[in-house]
Each structure stands twice: as structure tokens, then as C-alpha cells.
Design a protein around this ligand. Sequence first.
Ligand SMILES: [Zn+2]
Length: 486
Amino acid sequence: MKMKKKSILARGTMTAILATALALTPLTALAQGTRIQMPKNKYSLQQDVQLGQEAATEIRRQMPVLPENSEVDRYVESVGNRLIAAIPREYQQRAFRYEFDVVNARDINAFALPGGPMFVNRGMIESARTEGEMAGVMAHELSHVILRHGTAQATEAQSAKYQIPAIGGAILGAIIGGNVGGVIAQGTQLGVSAYFLKYSRNYERQADILGAQIMANAGYDPRDLANMFRTIERQSGGGGGPEWLSSHPNPGNRYELIVQEAGRLRVNRNAARFDNAEFSRIQSSLRRQSPAPTMQEIAQRGAGSQSGGQSGRRQYPADSRLEQRVESPSPRFSTHTLGNIVQVSVPENWQRFEEQTSVTFAPTGAFGNYQGQSVFTHGAIVGVVNSGTNTLEDASDRYVRGLLQSNSYLQPQSRYARASIGGQRALSIRLAGNSSVTGRTEIVTVYTTMLRNGELFYVITVAPNNESRQYNQAFSTLVRSIRLNG
Ligand SMILES: [Zn+2]
């Protein structure tokens, strides 16, 4: 009896497997559409999972995430699971842990973290016109996860050793503060986070293509992904565009490329059915609720309730206020010693703020919190980073690229120029862009030199263009005053 029962069971299972295999044939066995080359990645799958989990834990602690079994959460999760089931076989990662959360925030945004966790803002759900459009954003995000774009980008840019610590807080800072505006950063921690949230154009193209394939496999019209980009653009009303578009820059002809890929794909008619009625019901239930707060409001609330600051975020005193006008640099200088590495003279009226590996000098009114991130508008930062390379050119380039990623409003104005710091060979480069903090053109100059221990020493000077005259003198005195002992 037992034997027989077992064999019936086994046969039943076999039949089920066969039936599933048949139903899935068009989607998993036959790869359809353009093939994508997985980018080079020196991280392990487990590291992807670990980094993503750490960041997700931090995000759930600090962002208003809707309850696990709320109607909206369950709905988004069901769409997510449908997409996961539609991942082409060659891109499936068994180690990954997919999770879907809805953030009660008004901004049109969504993001996914290495190894699986995905967060979709209420604003994104409310702005989509159909379930297909919402699924399009999710399929695109999911593609970044399975192609491991976060850690691939980090692989391209920096050493693994440098990446791991304090990821959660850093990512959170970048999400809340956004890549837009005024954050002169600190390439160290914030630069790290940018790798996970702002993708290169090449990776964008890949996520669009794979996203379209997943859509078709899941039974959605892949053109809905293309449509969603237009829907989001329309909603941004020319106001600089929502955060999502700046984290997922247009690789060029985005709409056309997705539609072209869609032409190569067959929408899987065997996929579980969906209808927009469910989506409309969820959407109108959301619209009846009180409007979600903006990320900025969330950040401001958060700032009051957190003590001790967050990892990766520079905290100026809570009462510091950013002013449009700040005092000109004092002609008198005072000399500071920073660890045993460096000595530097700065205008007497600049205050000093210490971080683990850098010090910021800025006058009152030029530092404070802006959209949840610490920013400064006039002054200088002096610090060190692990370079992960031997040549000054490589190390400088990596550092500056990180800086540009976390301050996407800045553009290089020139190539690197030769400079000298503390009698050593150095490079300098000028960046400029329109700061959303001051509303003025900001000039940022980065000086770099290698220390004997292999670390990169940097000085960053920052001032609005129309105050350059007052500041250039101070900056050049500051740079010339530097003494390196290392
Ligand atoms: Zn993207």
C-alpha cells in the first residue's frame, strides 16, 4: 500500500512538473529577444544579498513602509511574484531573496537593492495608468537586481574592501536626499551609495531590454514599460523630473528601443490572467486615503527623531541654517592640524566639522541640512580615501567619478591639470553646475595627491561662481598652506 501510494504521488508530481514545463515552455526554455551580457562582477552572490538586506533593514526602520498584509502591499507583492516567475532561466539567481514593500511616500519613485529587496512608493502606484505600467517599473528594477548592476558598478569603480561598511545608512541618505541638488559630498560614503541607485546608461539599456522580456514572459505588453517612462515624464511637469528618472537616466531613444525589443517578443498568453479592475480598485482606494507625505517631509520628521546621526551622513548642528548670503572669508587665517597627516590654514571665520576621514571648513550660513542631507555651499573639505590603485591619475579619476555620481548636477569643466600639494605632485579639476540649494552656479575644485601609505588625499573647494573673486584668494592660500607628513 505504502509503495503504491508513493508511486501515485510521484506520478502526480511528475504530471504536475510536466504540465508546468509545458505551460512555461514559451517563457523559460526558449529565450526570447536580445541577449544580454552579464556585466563583470567581483562580488559574490552572497555579498549582493547581504548588502541588500542590510540596507533594506535600515530603510524599513526609517521609512514609512505599509504593513505586510495590507491590501496594497499584498497586491504589489502579487505583481512582483508574477514577474519573478517570468525571469528568463539564464538570469535566475537562486540565492536571491525577493521582497516587495510599498513606501507611503508621494514622490514618484521605486528602487531595488542588490540581492532582491524592492521598494515601490505609493506615488509611483498612484501615477501609473495601468497595472502594466506599474509592472513595467518593477520589471525594470528587477532587471537591475538580477543583472547585479549595483555591485557591477561598484566593481568598475572601487575596491570591495572599500564598499562594504555602513551601506544601509548611506543608501538611505541617497534615497531621501536624492541625487539632485546641492550635496557636496563626501564622495566617501555617499559616493558608495550612488553605485546602487544611479545606473549608467549602458546598464539602463540592459534593464530596459530584460525588463521588456520579463514583461512579455509574465503576460504583460512590454510596451507598457516604454509608456511608463512617458507617464512619469508627464507627471514631472518639467520640474527637473522625479527622482526615478534621474536614477535611471535615458540611455538614448529609450522609448523606441523598448518598442523595438517588444516587436521581437511574444507575449505569453499562458501566464496567469490579470485585469486592470484590480489595479483600478487599489488605486482608487489609495486616492481615498490621506495623501502620502513627500520624501522631504519624511526626512525632516526623521531628522528630529534620530539622535546620534546616521552612518554615512554628515550631521551639522541641528540649529544650523543655510543662508543665501554668508560672510566673506576673513583675510586672517588660522592653522589646523588634522591627525598626524596634514596641516592646513583656513580663514579664521570658518568653522571646523570633523568626520572620520575628512574635515569640513565653512562659514556660518554655508552649512546645514537640505532635503535630509548635509550640504555646504561655501568652504572646503580636506580628507583621505582608500585609493585602491597606485597611480594618482586612476585614484583621482575614481574619486572624482564618485563625487560626480552623488552630485549629478556637477559637470567637469576641464581635464585634469597639474598641481602641487605640500610639495608633492597633485592634480586638480574644476567642476561646475547649478546648485539647487543656492540657485546659483557652483564652482567646485578638487585637488588630489597620493600619500605614501597609498591613500588619496583630497581638497575640495566650493563657492558660488558670482563670489569666486572673494573666495579664490582664500582657496589658493589654503591649498598652498598644506603640509603633508604622510
Ligand atoms: Zn534603471
